[in-house]
Structure formats: C-alpha cells, structure tokens
Ligand binder design. Sequence first.
Ligand code: ADP
Ligand code: MG
Ligand code: MG
Length: 201
Amino acid sequence: PGLLDAGFLRRWMTAAAASVDREADRLTALDSAIGDADHGSNLRRGFTAVASELEKEPPDTPGAVLALAGRHLISTVGGASGPLYGTLLRRAGKALGDAAAVSRQELADALRAGVDAVRQLGGAAPGDKTMVDALVPAVDALGTSFAAARSAAEEGALATTPLRARKGRASYLGERSVGHQDPGAASSALLVAALAEAAGE
Ligand code: ADP
Ligand code: MG
Ligand code: MG
C-alpha cells in the first residue's frame, strides 16, 4: 500500500529548501575551491522558487510535486546543477505517474530512474567526482530505509574528496581537484538528508 502522498513529497522539498538555505555558504565555499563559487547561491535560488511555487498551488500527487520542482529548478538555478537536479526530479515524477500515494520502494525505483537520467545527461559515472557519487549509493540504500539512504549519500559525498574530477568545471583543474569535496555531491547528501527528515528518520 502506498504511504507517501503529495504532502510527504512537499515536506521533502520544503525541508530541502530550508537545508540548502542553511548550508548555502558551505556549498559555495566548496565550489570556490574547485569551481566558480556559485553552487550554494544557485541552489538557494532554485529551492526558494520551488518552495514558494509549492505553497502557491500545491500539487495533489507525488509525481506532480516532483515534476513541478524539477521544472522550477531547471528554469531558476542557472549552472550545471539546475538541469541535472531538474532532470532527476522530473524523470522521477514521470515514473510515479498519477498515483495518489506510493511506497518507499516505488519512490526508490522512481529516483533511480531519475539518477539514470542524470548520468545520461551529464555523462558522469560513479568515481568521476560529481553528485552521482552521492546519488547512486543513496538510491541503492533507499530500498532499506530513508536513514540508510542518508548515511550512504553522506559517505558517498565524503568519498569524493580524494578523487580527481572528470566532469564539470572541477575537471578543468585536473590533479588540483584532488583533496576537495565535490560541491554537488555535498548538496546531494543534503537533499537525501531532507528526505529522511520528511520521513521522520
Ligand atoms: P556550475 O559548475 O555550472 O557553476 P554548480 O556550481 O551549480 O554549476 O554545480 C556544480 C556541481 O554540478 C558539481 O559539483 C557536480 O557535482 C555537478 N556536475 C557538474 N557537471 C556534471 C556532470 N556532467 N554530471 C554530473 N554532475 C555534474
Ligand atoms: Mg559553480
Ligand atoms: Mg556557475
């Protein structure tokens, strides 16, 4: 039986917006080391827009919440992360269809389809030092629990530090990208933590 309704998905997006707002300076500091110092402000702009749109006209299915969020991230974020996160959520929303409520496993399967779409769009594989390094272990662990997904995403994000970037702006630095955590992997860990928070885990 489906337990996760539109209200749950809206709580996820609201918790994500609050977390990105709190952590924006840290995300931007990570991006200043190996990018162009805008990741926190990019995501803050995007998730602020998502939260305000969800409040204005709350969609009544889980799929519609994710589709709306994805659309607004694509149109407001600017920067590589906007189309990537936007594609993730739009693709996941599409996978959920018009179900009124879904199970954790159905959400996990939908988010996996979203992560696959991110990999296709950006061409990054695990180990390339991107958001994919946090997202793939998170969707793998989501079959177990929300809390397991949060831990997996955090570990995946921390594990990007010793890697050399092979995608995105950080890849222009070559060897000099080694020793810094990837900002997109760090923000992915925040988004997965917000999901666990919405679930009360
Ligand atoms: P920009 O690099 O355009 O300024 P952001 O700073 O908002 O965009 O986002 C940077 C993050 O986006 C990176 O830390 C990385 O995790 C992610 N990223 C960039 N390019 C790719 C890609 N091709 N595939 C997956 N993730 C990527
Ligand atoms: Mg940037
Ligand atoms: Mg930029």
